[in-house]
Design a protein around this ligand. Structure first.
Ligand code: ARG
Length: 599
């Protein structure tokens, strides 16, 4: 396992990590046999301190009754404090509270200097280090010829943010689109196209023109498949021919995939999402050898003609070969798991799908361990990132206006963008400003797409979420629109000061926060690395959106009470404004949102 490498030098780990290192040393010295892991957290009552160390209570519990043990948790805390190395991050003496909490205050000078350095060297010098390097993230993964639905949109948005955040931390991320491009749907689809195109079945290959609107073809072929027994039979024969490598079938299959790929790619391009296609078909040559090997090793066994892996504690086995000899979704995932570990050398593999697929992945992960693909120690780390369903405002699964199965994603982005364009145009008119269509195009794209992404990311992903244009485009509350405006407002303050290059200012001026709100804002800026760490550890994008929303909130409280331009502390406060804007932009970038500089 390698360690992720960030190309830029780190100028700060995080307050929490710095303190943890100090308390680790103190614990080591005061209680060398205890092997304690420091428990350091921000306090929730800033009047007692900024951070606290909570080891004393549990440590006391474990030592109680032993020879020479301290008489109470407070005595343990006192011993830890006495052993705490001196450092310039902590200001004043640590204080004790309650049964044995150790509270510390963070030095204002320490924070000021780190914020100033961050302005000069860039926010990437605050990226946390990860204990692993190579990450495979399997996300988006729609199915060819079927509709890319809102669930796939969620997977795309959540997966992209997690990938961006891991990349920010220096991980070597492989973004994989596990497209459903192999399976029974192709038999019926190819058969249907061949039978209904102008020239009939004929001898010619299926061409791009024959493929046309895949959505429509898929639906029509599905109806025939369900209603017409003879057609069903022919479709099954077609699948067999395809899987047997029939060249004409393969050519038709590849035309269909191409058409589908073009549609998906258009959506990714619009949303600024990078992803590499490596669909189910990629693993096809690996399936039979894998099944044979698992049978040989006795990991898999025959059961009613099928081949399965039994895993202790699971009611159903993992089916790796059907009784008709066919391979399925689970076989492909077993092969993919092995390929990603052996060939891609993944240290961590992340799967982003709807929560309903958790039982499948849980079983695959356990079967992987039984098969020896995943080591006994659990390496690499395997994570399933599940998410809830998208509901309309009526609380039911989201529907298109036409009442179809789900909203067309393109329509959804178009509508968000269109509504934003209208708002901006009105704003310009009201202000008597010129309407610059190019600017409106750029801003409404940033706002509209940003709003759709943010509305998804800000929720705890495990919950279902209600999709509402009115809510996500609101100027108030936890929305992308609100945050983009907040950022634009800060940019306007900095422009108004007219001090030239802020970077130059950072080289000559210092941050000297005095007001309580200034201090609170600066502390929050310094907590950015902690939010990033939480996001990648828990794989919860809402940690980052919560952080960003708080940042904007703390900025507003500061700005209400502290005059910036024209004040005596102008230089210091401008640097604080710029630091806020820089961290906001870094958050936007991790969320895949384009910042706005103008209201
Ligand atoms: N294509 C699948 C679906 O639409 C998602 C694939 C997720 N990735 C995987 N390795 N199984 O539900």
């Amino acid at each position: 396992t390698g360690v992720a490498r960030n190309t830029s030098t780190r100028t700060m780990t995080s307050i929490k990590q710095e303190l943890s290192a100090l308390f680790k040393a103190a614990l080591q010295q005061a209680f060398p046999d205890a092997n304690e892991v420091p428990l350091v957290e921000p306090t929730n009552q800033p009047k007692f301190g900024d951070y606290q160390c909570n080891n004393a209570m549990s440590l006391f519990g474990r030592m109680k009754g032993k020879e020479g043990a301290p008489k109470n948790p407070r005595a343990v805390a006192e011993a830890i404090v006495a052993a705490l190395p001196s450092s310039d991050i902590i200001t004043g003496k640590p204080t004790l509270a309650g049964p044995g909490f150790i509270n510390v205050r963070i030095s204002t000078e320490w924070m000021s200097e780190h914020v100033r350095t961050m302005l000069i060297k860039g926010p990437q010098t605050w990226a946390p280090t990860l204990p692993y390097s190579r990450v495979v993230i399997d996300f988006s993964s729609p199915n060819v010829a079927k509709e890319m639905h809102v669930g796939h949109l969620r997977s795309t948005i959540i997966g992209d943010t997690l990938a961006r955040t891991l990349e920010f931390c220096g991980a070597d991320v492989l973004r994989l689109n596990h497209v459903g491009d192999w399976g029974t749907q192709f038999g019926m689809l190819i058969q249907h196209i061949a039978e209904t195109r102008p020239g009939g079945l004929g001898g010619d290959e299926i061409t791009t023109e024959d493929v046309g609107d895949l959505q429509v073809l898929y639906k029509a072929s599905k109806v025939r498949f369900d209603e017409d027994e003879a057609f069903k039979q022919r479709a099954r024969e077609a699948v067999k021919a395809l899987q047997g490598g029939d060249p004409q079938m393969l050519a038709a299959w590849s035309r269909i995939c191409e058409a589908s790929r073009r549609e998906f790619q258009a959506l990714y391009d619009r949303m600024g999402i990078r992803i590499q296609e490596r669909g189910e078909s990629f693993y096809n040559p690996l399936l039979k050898p894998l099944v044979d090997e698992l049978m040989e090793k006795g990991v898999a066994e025959e059961s009613e003609g099928a081949k399965v892996i039994h895993v202790e504690g699971f009611p159903n086995p993992l089916m790796i070969q059907k009784s008709d000899g066919g391979f399925g979704y689970a076989t492909t995932d077993m092969a993919a798991l092995r390929q990603r570990i052996h060939e891609e050398k993944a240290d961590r593999i992340i799967y982003v799908t709807d929560a309903g697929q958790w039982p499948h992945f849980d079983l695959v992960f356990h079967a992987g361990r039984k098969a020896g693909i995943v080591s006994e120690s659990g390496a690499p780390q395997l994570d399933h990132v599940g998410f809830g369903v998208v509901l309309g405002m009526d609380g039911k699964r989201i529907k298109t206006r036409s009442g179809g199965p789900s909203v067309r994603l393109v329509e959804l982005l178009d509508e968000a963008k269109g509504r934003c364009a209208e708002t901006i145009r009105e704003r310009r008119k009201e202000a008597g400003e010129e309407v610059d269509e190019a600017e409106i195009e750029a801003s409404s794209t940033a706002m509209g797409y940003g709003a759709v992404k943010y509305a998804d990311l800000k929720n705890n992903r495990n919950t279902n979420y209600k999709f509402s244009f009115d809510e996500m485009l609101s100027l108030q509350g936890n929305t992308a629109v609100y945050l983009l405006y907040a950022h634009a407002r800060i940019a306007a303050i900095i422009r108004k000061a007219n001090r030239g290059d802020i970077l130059e200012l950072a080289k000559t001026a210092k941050l000297e926060p005095q007001h309580e709100k200034e201090l609170a804002l600066m502390m929050h800026i310094c907590r950015f690395p902690e939010a990033v760490t939480q996001t990648v550890t828990e794989l919860m994008p809402n940690r980052l959106t919560d952080y960003l929303y708080d940042l904007s909130d703390k900025f507003n409280s500061f700005y209400v009470e502290c005059k910036v331009v024209g004040s005596e502390q102008e230089a210091s406060r401008l640097l604080l404004c710029e630091a806020t804007a820089v961290i906001m932009r870094q958050c936007f970038s991790l969320l895949g949102i384009t910042p706005l500089y103008r209201i």
